[in-house]
Design a protein around this ligand. Structure first.
Ligand code: NI
Length: 646
């Protein structure tokens, strides 16, 4: 295992960084650790570094000082120095672990809450599941003095194995001031019954249907990839993995072996934000539901420990992940990242006029991790294909968020799953940050549309169409939306590197899962997540421009991040650039999404476009069907058939 400057902070390094900043800055129990992240080296520093060189390692630590109500940004060198210490007046931290414990205890012992529960027939507070939600809209006027607050939707869990989301408690919430762990208001609207239809999903409750025979993935000679520390080599791909408390899975330094020459494609790729605006009406606090699962919750805090044969099938290599929590304790998640190969059907095929057939099966390398944030699961899957394609797919599953309503009552923004059990409409909007370096750092982005002239001199038969390429020369020009009618895509080219036909080499971003945000741009969430109103943004690469809604979205007034940076309208041609792509799902819940939602997929592709001379998958070896057998009961050869016979 060869250490590298891009490796995630190890458990020992996390502990050391916390220890150094505590000692050097005289921190105490009032200082909580919001995020402890690798302070990544610059591209110049990376280029200068060689295997075996000493590494300068540092952590970027965001600290919340509870006593002062002050957020502090710091950079802590593992050589024992604090290199940056900058208070950030006006910025707020989201609710942090030790605070949550105290605040939930306060809410669960508040006499008004207990009385409200009793009136709803719930006497046992241990059966109440309270969640801690940020205010996705304005804080109520009488509480709006700048303090940090959260509110508590509640659910009843009548038995230990019950699905609590089947039993939302209607009209009762505590609003808690985080810094003082004090319940500052209790909202109690009577007359909404708690839905009683259970939502069982455990095996012990549903039983397992056994109609299908086992399916095993066998790789008799083992996996085809190698893992050296955090570096992966598979087929012609070489890249590094990372994991970060804020973004979860990170992909670094992606390279492809093009007939013996290793060519760089991407420097760093991640999902830099995930925002979930709920489109619910104002009833019972429901309009407040809007959360930044990356910027407020820290996606990497919720990384699952994966299990072989269930989350992943085949020859698997796992990597452990680690985070430091708000109290500075380091937690290791065993098997947090899954690495494996998957068969993806045919890669290409042709039957010649003379009957000669050439066909190749395709395979892809998969790096994945799954996070559980309250009711929802998000899988992040990065795929590397043999034709040079990089694909990102988010897999959304888990349990839809529920609220209670009067059974049968009209609710225009929610689906009634069972009597009185509502699943409000909502969107899951992801923003990918793609720091591509296509054959080097100097890149230009073009928007490519398919266009047709009207029938006439330029288009005599009316069938002709062409492509129109618009260089996205500056940040204001580079705020774009999808256009499926023009088959729009965006191509990142290196203007100084040409292919065999004299055209600049490029990779194109194929938009997928595009969605339009339903929230008004002037709403609180519309201002706070302003990035979602353009599917594409392009910015010059800057080490401190990492999160599209800004560094600290919690109770922020908005317009931070992309809208703020791009106001400078910086030039983008032949620059080191970053693409920001927003995609996701518009979730109108179905009754079939209950009780646990079957996986919903969304994502995008990066495809070579004039990057290679020809298909890089053309010389893939044919697969030998050692384990093929017919299960056709009418097949001629009885020997080969091991399937069912009639
Ligand atoms: Ni959803």
């Amino acid at each position: 295992m060869t250490p590298h400057p891009l490796d995630p902070l190890s458990p020992d390094e996390l502990a050391a960084a916390i220890e150094i900043v505590r000692r050097e800055q005289g921190l105490n129990q009032n200082h909580l650790f919001v995020f402890t992240l690798l302070d990544e080296p610059t591209k110049d520093a990376l280029n200068a570094w060689k295997t075996g060189d000493p590494m300068d390692r540092a952590a970027r630590i965001t600290i919340w000082d509870r006593a002062e109500g002050m957020l502090i940004e710091s950079v802590v060198g593992l050589d024992g120095t604090v290199r940056r210490w900058e208070p950030q007046p006006g910025q707020k931290a989201a609710l942090l672990g030790p605070e949550a414990t105290a605040c939930i205890a306060a809410a669960k012992s508040d006499p008004r809450v207990l009385e409200g529960l009793r009136r709803r027939g719930i006497d046992d507070i241990s059966q109440v599941h309270m969640e801690t939600w940020p205010f996705g809209i304005d804080v109520p006027d009488h509480l709006d003095d700048g303090r940090r607050l959260f509110w508590t939707p509640m659910w009843h869990r009548p038995t230990p194995d019950a699905n609590q989301y089947a039993h939302p408690i209607g009209g009762l919430h505590a609003i808690v001031a985080i810094d003082t762990a004090e319940v500052v208001d209790v909202e109690d609207t009577e007359g909404i019954p708690t839905p009683q239809t259970p939502g069982p999903y455990r095996l012990s409750q549903t039983g397992g249907d056994v109609r299908l025979k086992p399916l095993e993935i066998i790789q008799p000679e083992g996996a085809s990839f190698t893992v050296d520390g955090w570096e992966i080599q598979w087929e012609r791909w070489r890249f590094r993995l990372g994991h970060c408390q804020r973004e979860g899975l990170v992909i670094h330094d992606v390279r492809f072996d093009d007939e013996g020459t290793e060519r760089k494609i991407a420097h760093r790729m991640s999902i830099a934000e995930l925002v979930i605006p709920y489109g619910d009406q104002g009833i019972n606090g429901a309009a407040r539901k809007a959360a930044f699962d990356t910027g407020e919750f820290g996606f990497g805090n919720y990384t699952n420990s994966l299990t072989l044969g269930c989350d992943c099938l085949g020859e698997i290599v796992y990597l452990d992940t680690a985070v430091a929590d708000a109290a500075g304790e380091v937690h290791v998640t065993k098997q947090g990242i899954c690495l494996h190969e998957e068969d993806v059907g045919i890669l290409w095929k042709h039957t010649d006029a003379d009957g000669h057939v050439e066909v190749r099966r395709g395979r892809r390398f998969v790096a994945s991790s799954i996070a559980t944030i309250d009711n929802y699961e998000y899988g992040y899957f990065w795929y590397f294909h043999q034709d040079g394609t990089i694909e990102f797919e988010a897999k959304l599953t888990g349990i839809v968020l529920t609220r209670a309503a009067i059974p049968g009552e009209e609710n225009p923004s929610a689906t009634e799953l069972e009597p009185g059990l509502l699943a409000p409409y909502h969107q899951h909007l992801f923003c990918a940050r793609l720091d591509l370096d296509v054959d080097g750092v100097g890149n230009t982005v073009y928007e490519v549309d398919a266009v047709a002239h009207p029938m006439g001199p330029e288009n005599p038969a009316g069938n002709a169409y062409m492509t129109r390429e618009l260089p996205l020369a500056s940040e204001s020009l580079a705020k774009r939306v999808i256009d499926p009618f023009a088959s729009r895509f965006w191509k990142v080219v290196n203007p100084e590197r040409t292919n065999h036909m004299g055209k600049p080499v490029g990779y194109k971003l194929m938009p997928g899962g595009a969605n339009w945000p339903m929230a008004d741009p002037e709403s609180v969430i519309g201002k706070r997540a302003r990035f979602m109103y353009h599917h594409l943004w392009v910015t010059p690469q800057r080490p401190d421009e990492l999160y599209p809604a800004g560094d600290h979205p919690y109770q922020h007034e908005g317009l931070d991040g992309l809208p703020r940076w791009t106001a400078a309208d910086r030039p983008l041609e032949n620059e080191d650039i970053v693409l920001w792509y927003t995609f996701g799902t518009n979730h109108i819940p179905r009754t079939e999404d209950w009780p646990v939602m079957p996986v919903e997929h969304t994502g995008f592709h990066l495809k070579p476009s004039g990057f290679f001379r020809r298909s890089p998958g053309i010389d893939v070896a044919p697969s030998e069907p050692k384990h093929c057998c017919s299960s056709n009961p009418h097949a001629a050869s009885g020997d080969a058939a091991t399937g069912s016979k009639d």
